[in-house]
Ligand binder design. Structure first.
Ligand SMILES: Nc1ncnc2c1ncn2[C@@H]1O[C@H](COP(=O)(O)OP(=O)(O)OP(=O)(O)O)[C@@H](O)[C@H]1O
Ligand SMILES: [Mg+2]
Length: 156
């Protein structure tokens, strides 16, 4: 999506490099990109290119990277746990609580955050899951789980 000059950068990655300790060679060999406030950013690349690794670094699951990863103008290394009040993530495999309903899954995650003003029914409705709000996730199709996993990441 084209970005306007006045848009603020939310995520700014510059010259990012990363190597997994147990693997030879670099998993990420110097990538740079900016994501603006409100921008929908498609991050495409071949399998093994480093997309998930980049996401893990931004979230903070992996440390020891080279280059710069700024989130809201502050280097990722300098953020403490308060970053999790501002950033949500969903990975390729949904890790939901299968024995809980869709609504309970959202409610449980919501309880981990200090500020939460998002309406769970609205979120469920936005991905066509409102009618399934009280169904246990174990009965969901993969696509339904992916949709729930996605809105769960929007909660913070
Ligand atoms: N936990 C790990 N330990 C060691 N090497 C890893 C680990 N995870 C990924 N790698 C390696 O890092 C490189 C980038 O992997 P990554 O999972 O980031 O790719 P990807 O772009 O997300 O691929 P895909 O499209 O298949 O999900 C690959 O060469 C992979 O073998
Ligand atoms: Mg991946």
């Amino acid at each position: 999506m084209p970005r306007r000059e006045e848009d603020n950068e939310m995520i700014k990655v510059t010259g990012l490099e990363f190597a997994y300790r147990q693997s030879p060679g670099k998993a990420i060999k110097g990538i740079s990109f900016d994501i603006g406030d409100g921008e929908i950013f498609g991050f495409l690349g071949p399998s093994g290119a480093g997309k998930t690794t980049t996401q893990r670094i931004i979230i903070g699951l992996l440390r020891g990277y080279r280059g710069s990863v700024e989130f809201m103008d502050k280097e990722r290394r300098s953020w403490g746990k308060e970053i999790f009040e501002k950033i949500g993530a969903a990975f390729d495999f949904p890790n939901l609580y299968e024995k809980l309903t869709a609504y309970e899954n959202l409610d449980l995650l919501c309880s981990y955050y200090k500020n939460n003003s998002l309406n769970k029914d609205e979120l469920l409705d936005s991905v066509g899951l409102l009618a399934d709000r009280d169904t246990r996730v174990e009965k969901f199709s993969k696509g339904m789980k992916m949709r729930l996993n996605f809105i769960r990441s929007l909660q913070p």
